[in-house]
Ligand binder design. Structure first.
Ligand code: TXA
Ligand code: MG
Length: 316
C-alpha cells in the first residue's frame, strides 16, 4: 500500500486513470451524490478484500455494488415487479436495492459477505457515472471512511481517514446529498427498510403502494452478519485446528495446510479473498466435517474469525 493517495481531477484524464487503477485491482475513492465511496472491482475477490482491510471493518458487512443502469443491475440480481418499479422511479439516485443474487453472474462472493443477496445502486453523480462507464464493470463501494467513523462528503475527508490505504481519490467536490442511500430489501415476502437515507421513505411507499416494513426483530436491527445460517456450510465446522481428525476436511492457512489453503503464505488479504469461495467449494464437495486452521486475530483476521465463528456456531 502506498504512502499518500493520488488526488485525481474529475476530468477525462483523471477518470481514465481511476478506471485503470480499478481494472488493476486497486482501490479508488470517488464521489457519489450521497457520500464518497471506496471503490473496487466487484468481481475481484482480492480487490474487495482490500476494501475491508482499508476500512478496518471487524466484520464482513456486505457492500453496495454500483452499476451503470437497470439493465446491468438485472445481470447481477433477480428483480421483482416492485424492484423494477423502484429502480425506474429512483435510479439513478440515492436508493439501494437488496435483491436475490444471481449466482454465477461473476460478482465476488465477498461483496455479499456470502449472503445469497446483493445490494445494487445506480448512482446519479456525474463523476461516479463517468467512472463506472470508463471502467466498464460493477464497482463495489462502501462509504470511504474507516470503520466506525462518519461518512465522507469531501475528498479531504477521505484523505484524512484513508490516506495510505487507497490508490487514488477522484475529487468531485462536496457531495450534494450528504447522507447515504436509502436501502430497501426486496429479498423476502415484503419490502423492508434496512436504512433510511437520501430517498424519503414516503416516496418509496408511494411507488410500491405501501410503507416498507422494519427489519425483525426491532430490538436488534438486522445486520447481515447476524444471519448466521446464511454463512454456514452443511457440514460441521471446527476452528483452530492444527490437524484434521478422521473424516474431516482441512481448510488450511499458512503452514497449516489442508485440502484447500486460504493463504499458503499466511497473507490475511488473500485469506479474506478466498474465504467464502473456499467454504462454498468444500460445501459443494459434500464435506460432512470441515476443520479450519488457526487464523491470527489482527487486521482482516478479525473479520475472517468472526465469519468462521458464525459458520461453526450450533445450528437450529
Ligand atoms: O450512499 C451510499 O449508500 C454509499 C455510497 C458510496 O453508495 N455507500 C454506503 O455503503 O453507504 P456502506 O457499506 O457504508 O453501507 C452499506 C450498507 C451496509 O449497512 C450493509 O450492511 C448494507 O448496506 N448491505 C449491503 N449489502 C447488503 C445485503 N446483501 N443485505 C443486507 N444489507 C446489505
Ligand atoms: Mg458506511
Amino acid at each position: 500500500m502506498q504512502e499518500t493517495a493520488t488526488l485525481l481531477a474529475p476530468d477525462e484524464a483523471g477518470i481514465a486513470r481511476a478506471a485503470d487503477l480499478l481494472a488493476a485491482g486497486r482501490l479508488v475513492a470517488f464521489p457519489t451524490e450521497t457520500v464518497y465511496g471506496l471503490g473496487a472491482d466487484a468481481r475481484d475477490d482480492r480487490a474487495v478484500a482490500c476494501i475491508y482491510a482499508a476500512k478496518g471493518r471487524p466484520k464482513f458487512n456486505p457492500l453496495i455494488v454500483h452499476v451503470a443502469d437497470l439493465a446491468t443491475a438485472e445481470e447481477y440480481a433477480v428483480f421483482s415487479d416492485n424492484a423494477r418499479a423502484l429502480a425506474r422511479a429512483f435510479w439513478p439516485g440515492a436508493l439501494t436495492l437488496v435483491l436475490p443474487l444471481r449466482e454465477g453472474a461473476g460478482l465476488s462472493r465477498l461483496v455479499s459477505a456470502g449472503l445469497p443477496s446483493v445490494a445494487l445502486r445506480v448512482p446519479a453523480h456525474p463523476v461516479a457515472r463517468a467512472l463506472i462507464a470508463a471502467f466498464g464493470g460493477p464497482v463495489a463501494a462502501p462509504s470511504a471512511n474507516p470503520s466506525g467513523r462518519i461518512s465522507p462528503t469531501t475528498a479531504a475527508h477521505v484523505a484524512e481517514g484513508l490516506s495510505g490505504r487507497v490508490a487514488a481519490i477522484v475529487d468531485g467536490g462536496a457531495t450534494p446529498v450528504g447522507v447515504e442511500s436509502t436501502i430497501i430489501s426486496l429479498e423476502g415476502a415484503g419490502p423492508v427498510l434496512l436504512r433510511p437515507g437520501g430517498v424519503p421513505v414516503e416516496e418509496i411507499a408511494r411507488v410500491i403502494g405501501r410503507t416498507p416494513g422494519h427489519p425483525r426483530p426491532l430490538a436488534q436491527p438486522v445486520s447481515p452478519g447476524q444471519l448466521a445460517s446464511h454463512y454456514a456450510p452443511r457440514g460441521t465446522v471446527r476452528l483452530e485446528a492444527t490437524e484434521a481428525r478422521a473424516g474431516e476436511v482441512m481448510l488450511g492457512f499458512g503452514p497449516v495446510d489442508g485440502a484447500l489453503n486460504l493463504s499458503p503464505s499466511g497473507d490475511l488479504v488473500e485469506a479474506a479473498a478466498n474465504l467464502f469461495a473456499m467454504l462454498h467449494k468444500l460445501d459443494e464437495s459434500g464435506a460432512a466435517a470441515i476443520c479450519v486452521a488457526p487464523i491470527p486475530h489482527g487486521g482482516l483476521g478479525l473479520a475472517i474469525n468472526d465469519r468462521l465463528r458464525r459458520a461453526a456456531a450450533p445450528r437450529d
